[in-house]
Design a protein around this ligand. Structure first.
Ligand SMILES: Cc1cc2nc3c(=O)[nH]c(=O)nc-3n(C[C@H](O)[C@H](O)[C@H](O)COP(=O)(O)O)c2cc1C
Length: 179
C-alpha cells in the first residue's frame, strides 16, 4: 500500500507529526508512505488561482501525490474547536477540480493530537465531515491523542493500548477483502 500523509501542524516539535510517524510505523509490511511536506506553501485556496491548467505547482504536486496514493492519512491539530486551517486548506485544494478531485473515493483515516485531554474530538469530527464533503471514502472512526505533550517519548506513543487502537484504525486503510 502506498500512503500519502497530510499533517495540519507546522510546528517543529508537532505532536501531530509524531502521531503521523507512529501511524506510518503501523502500516502493513511492504507499504510506502510519504508525508506531503509542502502544505505550508499552498496559498489560501482561491478559485481565481485554480483556473483551468493554472493551479500553482505546489497544488498540482499535492493533487498528484494524493492521486498516486492508495490511501490518505490526515493528521490534524485542534485549533479553536475545529481542524487547523492548514489542514482545511489542503483539503480544499485536494477537493477540486470539481468532478475530478484526487480525493474522490480515496480511502482515508483521520488522526489528531491535542494538548487538552479531549483528544481533539471536534477537530476529528470536522475533518471527517470536510473530507467527506470533498468526496473521500473516510472511515468514520477516528483516533485521537489527548494531553499530547506527555503522550510521546522519543517520538513513540507510550500508551500500548492507544498504539493498538491506532494500529487497528490504520489497518482499515486496506481495502476490505472480497467475500
Ligand atoms: C490557535 C490555537 C488554538 C488552539 N485550540 C485548541 C482547541 O480548541 N482544543 C485543543 O484541545 N487544543 C487547542 N490548542 C492547543 C493544541 O492542541 C496544541 O498546541 C497542540 O500541541 C497542537 O498540535 P501540534 O503539537 O501538532 O502543534 C490550540 C492551539 C493554538 C495555537
Amino acid at each position: 500500500m502506498n500512503v500519502i500523509v497530510l499533517v495540519g501542524s507546522l510546528r517543529a516539535d508537532s505532536t501531530n507529526r509524531q502521531l503521523a510517524q507512529n501511524a506510518i510505523a503501523q502500516l502493513p509490511e511492504g507499504s510506502t508512505a510519504r508525508v506531503f511536506d509542502r502544505v505550508a506553501e499552498l496559498p489560501h485556496y482561491s478559485e481565481d488561482l485554480d483556473a483551468e491548467g493554472r493551479a500553482p505547482a505546489v497544488a498540482e504536486e499535492l493533487r498528484g501525490a494524493i492521486a498516486d496514493a492508495d490511501a490518505l492519512i490526515a493528521v490534524t491539530p485542534e485549533y479553536n474547536g475545529t481542524l487547523s486551517s492548514v489542514m482545511k486548506n489542503a483539503i480544499d485544494w485536494a477537493s477540486r477540480p470539481y468532478g475530478q478531485a484526487c480525493v474522490t473515493g480515496k480511502r482515508t483515516i483521520v488522526l489528531a493530537a491535542s494538548g487538552s485531554p479531549y483528544a481533539a474530538k471536534w477537530a476529528r469530527t470536522d475533518a471527517v465531515r470536510a473530507l467527506q464533503g470533498a468526496g473521500a471514502d473516510v472511515v468514520e472512526d477516528t483516533f485521537g491523542v489527548g494531553t499530547s505533550h506527555e503522550a510521546f517519548v522519543d517520538g513513540t506513543l507510550v500508551d500500548a493500548e492507544a498504539l493498538a487502537e491506532l494500529r487497528a484504525l490504520v489497518g482499515r486503510l486496506a481495502p476490505a477483502p472480497v467475500a
